[in-house]
Design a protein around this ligand. Structure first.
Ligand code: HEM
Length: 161
C-alpha cells in the first residue's frame, strides 16, 4: 500500500485532495476580495474558472485512486493501530455528512459558473443576473467550505485521531 506525503497511512491522491481542500479556502477569499473590494470582475471570473478546473481534475483523479486502492475502508485498514468498530462507525458517519456537501458542491458550482458565463456581459460586470449570481455564489462558497471542513474531519478521524 502506498503512503501519502503527509505522513499517515493514506494515499498520495487522498493527501493531495486534502491539501487542495485547505488551499481552496484562501483562494476563494482572494476571489471574493477581488470582486467585493477591488471590483475586478475579470480576475474574479478567471480565478473561479481556474479553481473549478483544478478541483474537478483533482477530485476525478482522487475518485479513480480510491477505487484502485480498493475503497476507503481498505485504505483506512492499513493504519496501525487499527480503528475499533466504534471508531470506524464514527468515520463512516462523518463520511456520509461529507458526501452530502461533496456531491452538491460541484452541481451548485457548475450551475453558478454556467449561468454566469451565459448571462453576464463580456467582460463580466454587474447586470440583471447579479442578484441570482450573488445568491448562488454565496451558497456555493458555503457548500465548498462545508465540504472542506467535513473532508478534513474525515481525514482526521480516519488517519490521525
Ligand atoms: C462557482 C463560481 C463562482 C462563485 C462561487 C462566485 C461567487 C460570487 C459571489 C459570492 C459574489 C458576490 C460578492 C458580493 O457579495 O458582493 C460574486 C459576484 C460577482 N461575480 Fe461571481 N462567482 C463565481 C463565478 C463567476 C463567474 C464565472 C463570473 C463571470 C462570468 C462571475 C462574475 C461575477 C460578477 C460580475 C460579480 C459582481 C456582481 C455585482 O456586484 O453585481 N462570477 N461572485
Amino acid at each position: 500500500m502506498s503512503h501519502g506525503f503527509l505522513g499517515y497511512s493514506s494515499t498520495f491522491m487522498l493527501d493531495f485532495v486534502v491539501t487542495a481542500l485547505v488551499l481552496i479556502v484562501p483562494a476563494l477569499l482572494a476571489s471574493l476580495y477581488l470582486v467585493k473590494v477591488r471590483r475586478n470582475y475579470v480576475a474574479h471570473r478567471n480565478l473561479q474558472l481556474v479553481l473549478a478546473g483544478v478541483l474537478l481534475v483533482a477530485v476525478l483523479a482522487f475518485e479513480i485512486d480510491i477505487r484502485m486502492h480498493g475503497g476507503w475502508r481498505a485504505i483506512v485498514g492499513t493504519r496501525t493501530p487499527a480503528l475499533s468498530v466504534e471508531q470506524l462507525e464514527v468515520v463512516e458517519q462523518v463520511l456520509r455528512v461529507h458526501l452530502v456537501f461533496a456531491i452538491s458542491t460541484p452541481l451548485l458550482w457548475g450551475a453558478t459558473i454556467t449561468l454566469a458565463l451565459k448571462r453576464m456581459p463580456k467582460p463580466p460586470a454587474p447586470c440583471e443576473h447579479s442578484r441570482l449570481h450573488k445568491t448562488l455564489g454565496w451558497l456555493s462558497v458555503i457548500d465548498l467550505v462545508l465540504t472542506s471542513v467535513t473532508g478534513l474531519l474525515f481525514y482526521y478521524r480516519a488517519f490521525i485521531a
